[in-house]
Design a protein around this ligand. Sequence first.
Ligand SMILES: [Zn+2]
Ligand SMILES: [Zn+2]
Length: 138
Amino acid sequence: MSHSGGCLCGDVRFTAELAGSSTGACHCDTCLSWAGGPFFGVQTTSITFQSDATLRAYTSSEWAERGFCGTCGSTLFYRLTVDGPRKGQTNIALGSLDDTSGIELGYELFIDNKPSAYAFVGDHKRMTGDEVMGRAMS
Ligand SMILES: [Zn+2]
Ligand SMILES: [Zn+2]
């Protein structure tokens, strides 16, 4: 399903093919620092940028980078950079999409690191940091 989106100032614009209709919220320390709260990522199968002159990427770990707009600072995507079958897999930021209707909260990651200031209702999947890292290594 094709979705358009972009950053706050409009310098970065893209069209993304979404892998499904769910988003995942990550409460890990890196996401909290980067996004100012949980990062809501939506898995994509492809992204085409119509405008990306101000697009920047920060290498946040040995296995991933994070995309943002160098002008307005908008959080845009999390992308796997480690060699393997998932290299290049990109989770676009839910809030960067122009239309988020129909996208449900499918899972939470690093639930054991979630600040106590908030909690999401629902019976979606919740994974601890150990469970996430175990899955990433397998
Ligand atoms: Zn921008
Ligand atoms: Zn995270």
